[in-house]
Design a protein around this ligand. Structure first.
Ligand SMILES: [Zn+2]
Ligand SMILES: [Zn+2]
Length: 298
């Protein structure tokens, strides 16, 4: 299984357009050790020309252009064979609308995520200009589904929340947020960009994974408040803080997976600075911070 990190930042990217925090300023200025990042997405393949994208970020176009394996091989063509959604937050789905140039798309999502995007949304009609332009396949929780040649996918529910634009409109569902578990023969990849808290089912899949890309949004519960960028706590935004006692880093440090990454990192998170104490703690736990353009083979 071949894996490419297309993007590694949380919603808003790094730097974020309206943020002048010290990290965003340093990323903008090109300070060494503070790498800019696009919004989180992975590309995965078992076979050449049959790539599955996990997340379709608003920056999909530059992400595809930056990776030659995803370039067209003919006048009208794409090696992207499938698109899987972990939740309906705009940073994970907005890129679908950028793939509207009359190309057949195969999209995999839970029914709650699909309905949240399609119901009453006129913009998605642009992916239905002709029969078969977009084909949606529901991911039933906990059931493995074949997705593209050589890869099967299981959606494992993670404690989450409805997307901000659906708050007050739809009842919360266990299908709102999932970890995407990709299997190729005996190799297992887990992409879990939004996890409010641990669960036994999630622990089970993490224990059998060869590579884990885990929610690295916030280091601390009150990080937004302290950075002066917001008032919401990490957990109310459905993100388990990485640092401190009871943080996700303690759990990640105990996993047998050879490759353990934090991804979906918010621009306020000090792990984005190579020289920070937080980054040193991540390193000491045997975990890495994902970077755009990283590749690995399982
Ligand atoms: Zn997100
Ligand atoms: Zn910032």
């Amino acid at each position: 299984m071949r894996i490419r990190v297309l993007g590694s930042a949380a919603g808003g990217g790094f730097p974020q357009w309206n943020c002048g925090c010290v990290l965003c300023r340093d990323a903008r200025a090109g300070v060494p050790g503070v790498l800019a990042r696009t919004q989180a997405s992975l590309a995965v393949a078992a076979e050449d020309g049959a790539w599955l994208l996990l997340g379709v970020s608003p920056e999909i176009r530059t992400q595809l252009e930056a990776f030659p394996a995803l370039h067209p091989r003919a006048t009208r063509d794409s090696p992207v064979a499938g698109l899987a959604l972990a939740n309906g937050d705009l940073d994970h789905v907005l890129g679908l609308l950028s793939l509207r140039e009359s190309h057949p798309l195969r999209i995999f999502a839970t029914s709650a995520v699909r309905r949240g995007l399609l119901d009453g949304n006129v913009l998605f009609r642009t992916l239905d200009r002709f029969p078969g332009q977009s084909t949606w396949t529901d991911l039933p929780l906990g059931e493995e589904v074949p997705v593209v040649p050589g890869l099967a996918l299981t959606a494992v529910p993670t404690p989450g929340k409805v997307p901000v634009h659906l708050e007050g409109l739809t009842a919360p569902s266990p299908e709102d947020s999932v970890a995407l578990v990709v299997r190729s023969q005996s190799r297992v990849l887990v992409f879990a960009p939004s996890v409010a808290s641990p669960t036994p089912a999630l622990s089970r899949v993490l224990l059998e994974a060869d590579a884990v890309f885990f929610d690295g949004t916030f280091w601390a519960e009150d990080e937004m408040e302290r950075a002066g960028t917001g008032h919401h706590g990490a957990r109310t935004m459905a993100h388990w803080p990485v640092g401190g006692s009871g943080g996700s880093l303690e759990m990640l440090a105990t996993l047998p997976a050879r490759h353990r990454f934090l991804i979906h990192v918010n621009n306020t998170n000090r792990i984005l600075r190579d020289s920070s104490a937080e980054r040193a703690a991540v390193r000491a736990a045997g975990v890495e911070v994902a970077e755009d353009g990283m590749e690995l083979t399982l």
